[in-house]
Design a protein around this ligand. Structure first.
Ligand SMILES: NC(=O)c1ccc[n+]([C@@H]2O[C@H](COP(=O)([O-])OP(=O)(O)OC[C@H]3O[C@@H](n4cnc5c(N)ncnc54)[C@H](O)[C@@H]3O)[C@@H](O)[C@H]2O)c1
Ligand SMILES: [Zn+2]
Length: 344
C-alpha cells in the first residue's frame, strides 16, 4: 500500500522524500491551477524549469494527447529509469501522471502531491491510474502504487467551495463505510475551514478507510466494490448530466446516489430508517438541490449498460449498518424507481 505522509509542511516532506528515493533527476507535472496556486509553496527551486511539465486543467485533458506530451518532455529532457515524476494537482494530474510514469521506460517512480480534497481523500491513494479514451472514462490505465503520497490540506485554501463539496462526498462515503462515530465527526466538520490544521486529522481518518479496503483487495476482485457505494446511481446521474450538457460535479452526483442507495439499503437490508433520514437531511442541506437530470427510465438504462450488471437486475453495494457492507446486491427496476423518488 501507499506510503502516505500527512503534513502541513509539504516542502519539507517532499525534500525528505526525494532524498530518500535517491533519484537521478526530478520532473514535476502540474496543471495551470496547481502551477499557479501550489507549486511555489513546495519550494522545488532546484528542479530545472524544463523539467516542469504543465498541461491545461480539466477532465477533458485526461487524454492520450496529454500523456503523449508528458512522454515527449520526459524523453527529450533525458529522463531515465531512475528519474522521479512528482504529480502536483487534483485527481486529473495524479491519474494521468501516475499512468504516464507507470509506462515510461517500463515504469519510473512517482510521488503524488494531491491539491484538491477529492484527490487527497480518494484519487491519489489506492494505486489506480488512468486516462479517458474513445469517449469512455478511465478506459485505459494501470494499477501502479506511487512511492509516496504527501497530503497537505493547506493547499485547499485556494480551492473553490464547489470543489471542496465534491471531494467531501467521498469523505461522507468513507464514513458510512466505517462507523457511526466517524460519520458524526464528518457531518460536524466546518466545510469553510478545510484548509485548517484541525481538518487534517479528518482527512487522515478518511484515507485510512479507503486504504483498508484497497489493502484487502488491491486489484479490485471483490471487496474493493465497497468503494462503489453511492456510485452506481451516482454515475448514471453524472453520465445523464453530461449527455444533456448540464454541469454537475462528481461529488454531487455521488451524494444524490448515496441517498438513493441508502434507501435501497433500508428496503433490502434493514438499514435504520432514522439514520437514513439523518444522512439524507445532511446531504440536502449541504449540496445543491437535485434537479432531475432525466426520466427514471433513462437513468435505469444507463445503470443496465454497466457491464457489472448481468442477469438479476442492477448490481449495488449496500449497507446493513454503518460499516457493514454487502457487495453484489441486485435490485429490481421497481426498487430502483422507488429509490430515485427519494431525490426529488
Ligand atoms: N484513481 C482513482 O482511484 C480515482 C478516484 C477518484 C477520482 N479519480 C479521478 O480524479 C479526477 C477528479 O479529481 P479532481 O476533482 O481533483 O479534479 P481536477 O484534477 O480536475 O481538479 C479540479 C479543479 O481544481 C483545480 N485545482 C487543483 N488544485 C487546486 C488548488 N489547490 N487550488 C485551486 N484550484 C485547484 C484543477 O486545476 C481543476 O480545475 C477524475 O478524473 C476522476 O476520474 C481517480
Ligand atoms: Zn467517486
Amino acid at each position: 500500500m501507499n506510503h502516505i505522509v500527512f503534513t502541513r509542511e509539504s516542502a519539507v516532506a517532499i525534500r525528505n522524500e526525494l532524498k530518500e528515493v535517491q533519484c537521478s533527476d526530478v520532473f514535476v507535472l502540474v496543471d495551470n491551477n496547481s502551477r499557479n496556486y501550489c507549486l511555489n509553496s513546495l519550494n522545488l527551486g532546484a528542479v530545472p524549469v524544463e523539467h516542469i511539465i504543465t498541461i491545461a486543467e480539466g477532465e477533458h485533458n485526461k487524454s492520450l494527447e496529454s500523456v503523449s506530451y508528458i512522454w515527449q518532455v520526459l524523453s527529450e529532457q533525458g529522463a531515465r529509469r531512475n528519474s522521479v515524476l512528482v504529480n502536483v494537482g487534483g485527481g486529473v494530474i495524479t491519474d494521468i501522471g501516475g499512468f504516464a510514469a507507470s509506462c515510461f521506460k517500463r515504469g519510473i517512480r512517482c510521488v503524488n502531491v494531491p491539491t484538491t480534497l477529492l484527490a487527497q481523500v480518494d484519487a491519489s491513494v489506492g494505486g489506480k491510474t488512468g486516462i479517458n479514451f474513445n469517449g469512455l472514462k478511465n478506459e485505459i490505465g494501470t494499477f501502479s502504487i506511487p512511492e509516496c503520497v504527501i497530503i497537505d490540506n493547506s493547499f485547499l485554501s485556494s480551492l473553490p467551495q464547489r470543489q471542496i463539496l465534491s471531494g467531501f462526498a467521498e469523505m461522507l462515503k468513507h464514513a458510512l463505510l466505517a462507523d457511526e462515530e466517524h460519520l458524526a465527526e464528518v457531518m460536524q466538520a466546518d466545510l469553510k475551514k478545510t484548509e485548517e490544521s484541525s481538518f487534517l486529522d479528518l482527512i487522515r481518518k478518511s484515507v485510512a478507510v479507503k486504504a483498508a479496503v484497497v489493502e484487502s483487495d488491491p486489484r479490485e476482485k471483490g471487496l474493493r466494490k465497497a468503494l462503489n457505494f453511492g456510485h452506481t446511481i451516482g454515475h448514471a446521474i453524472e453520465s445523464m448530466a453530461i449527455r444533456k450538457g448540464l454541469q454537475i460535479y462528481h461529488g454531487d452526483a455521488v451524494a444524490y446516489g448515496m441517498i438513493a442507495e441508502l434507501f435501497l439499503s433500508v428496503r433490502k437490508l434493514g438499514f435504520s430508517g432514522n439514520h437514513f433520514e439523518c444522512v439524507k437531511h445532511f446531504i440536502r442541506e449541504n449540496y445543491p438541490v437535485y434537479h432531475s437530470v432525466g426520466a427514471g427510465e433513462e437513468l435505469y438504462e444507463l445503470m443496465l449498460h454497466d457491464k457489472k450488471n448481468e442477469r438479476n437486475g442492477v448490481n449495488f453495494t449496500l449497507l446493513r449498518h454503518f460499516g457493514e457492507i454487502e457487495i453484489d446486491q441486485y435490485c429490481t427496476k421497481e426498487e430502483i424507481f422507488e429509490a430515485l423518488e427519494q431525490l426529488t
